[in-house]
Design a protein around this ligand. Structure first.
Ligand code: URA
Length: 445
């Protein structure tokens, strides 16, 4: 088998066979195929796509490139959750304890932020003392004891994805449905969960900028789950504006705690209740989705989910007092408010630009080796469609370095548009794709 022949065949729109895909992935991970050939293949896949069987074969070949985590020592059905990446999306920190409090084990391996999107592991590291790395035995023991542990991905989980993703990042081949689907599903499969709930983001702050592509990605991942015996449900949700109100690591932990305290009731809470209800349903904990939502609302409002969060923090070496005293989280030295320049409606809020502005303040990494400032970030005081008077605060910047603040401030004109008439608002959840098809909310499929 010559690699160039496979590249040419894919470039011409032909189907690659299972053993060809397996050989390619193994040889690439072992360093026998140069980056330029893999990059050419990714570009061919970007333009020609892959059929369902090819994507499933690529996913399994990637998953098998590293270790498989065995969660069979954890009692119960393990349901994992994954988002394709968003801004002010701190759902894992709320959903984990919430679903655990309902009795479903959450054994979660999360990633770090890259580019304008945040990562759960960075957020958790803003909790004083919190350990994001546990031995396999301690991880399993903790989940059996309190039904919840969140750690960073093990070094040898899907090495093929690590190599291919860095290559895609610099060759313009990230937004490809088969490549994103295989990248995400290979990690979910190797991480050992029995069932999977996905949150496919759609909008300015997401990889998927149009509805057709977002639903196609959702369907592709649900099909892969079916092919490999891991039932998968995929939500398609709005990422045109940030999900929560805070962007930045410690600030997002604060928002997760406020939500777990029942004090924050916006779309972030709403999405957690919906994703969580499906997790409960997949774990056979409830028969109806509405029953799942009602169960989770009670656990939020009673403080049970907040207590579970504190238990996880304590079990992983962190200070559980943060649930009572938010000032124990890293605090930025300075704050600055940007006010509404005129009366009007918030016409649009660009999630991606806000994510980049927060990153510019120091909340994110420019490359995987950059360090981050856990305290800095942005609070967004209004949502799309809301009316505000001139002079009311719109954004608060939390910062430590003047130079970074000046650079981030320059982005404000691209962050929001204000209009005299109300804009068309967008739904939080566009639709939910299951193995039965698309449960329509605002879905045209
Ligand atoms: N998230 C991933 O893990 N992989 C992708 O390709 C895109 C988003």
């Amino acid at each position: 088998m010559r690699v160039v022949d496979l590249i040419v065949r894919k470039r011409n729109g032909e189907v690659l066979q299972q053993e060809e895909i397996e050989t390619l992935i193994t040889a690439y991970v072992e360093g026998q195929i140069p980056d330029y050939q893999m990059a050419a293949l990714c570009m061919a896949i970007y333009f020609q796509g892959m059929n369902t069987e090819e994507v499933a074969n690529l996913t399994m070949a990637m998953a098998k490139s590293g270790e498989f985590i065995d969660l069979s020592d954890i009692e119960g059905i393990k349901v994992d959750k994954h988002s394709t990446g968003g801004v002010a999306d701190t759902t894992t920190l709320i959903l984990g304890p919430l679903v655990a409090a309902a009795g479903v084990p959450v054994a979660k391996m999360s990633g770090r932020g890259l580019g304008h999107t945040g990562g759960t592991i960075d957020k958790l590291e803003s909790i004083p003392g919190f350990k994001t790395s546990l031995s396999r035995a301690d991880f399993i023991k903790q989940v059996n004891q309190i039904k919840l542990a969140v750690v960073g991905q093990s070094g040898n989980l899907v090495p093929a994805d690590k190599k291919i993703y860095s290559l895609r990042d610099v060759t313009g081949t990230v937004p490809s449905i088969p490549l994103i689907a295989s990248s995400i599903m290979s990690k979910k499969i190797a991480a050992g969960a029995n069932k999977i709930v996905l949150d496919v983001k759609l909008g300015s702050g997401a990889f998927m900028k149009n509805k057709e592509d977002a639903f196609a990605l959702a369907r592709t991942m649900v099909n892969i789950g079916e092919e490999v015996g891991r039932e998968t449900v995929a939500f398609v949700t709005n990422m045109d504006e940030p999900l929560g109100t805070f962007i930045g690591n410690a600030l997002e932990v604060k928002e997760a705690i406020l939500t777990l305290q029942g004090k924050s009731r916006g779309p972030l809470r709403e999405l957690c209740l919906n994703l969580g209800a499906y997790m409960l349903s997949l774990a056979n904990q409830v028969k109806e989705i509405e029953e799942g939502k009602a169960t989770l609302e009670k656990l939020l409002d009673s403080g049970a989910a907040l207590e579970r969060f504190a238990e996880m923090v304590a079990a992983q070496g962190g200070n559980p007092e943060i649930i009572r005293d938010l000032t124990l989280l890293p605090q930025a030295k300075y704050q600055w408010d940007y006010h509404m320049p005129q009366d009007g409606y918030i016409h649009s809020i660009n999630a991606e630009t806000l994510g980049i502005a927060a990153m510019t303040l120091g909340a994110g990494r420019e490359n995987k080796d950059s360090s981050i400032d856990l305290a800095v970030g942005i609070k967004v005081h209004a949502r799309k469609g809301e009316r505000r008077q001139k002079g009311q605060p719109l954004l608060t910047f939390f910062y430590n370095e003047q130079e970074k603040f000046e650079a981030a401030k320059k982005m404000i004109p691209q962050v929001m548009q204000i209009s005299a008439t109300p804009p068309k608002t967008l739904p939080l959840i566009y639709g939910i794709v299951t193995k039965e098809g698309c449960l329509d909310l605002n879905c045209s499929f």
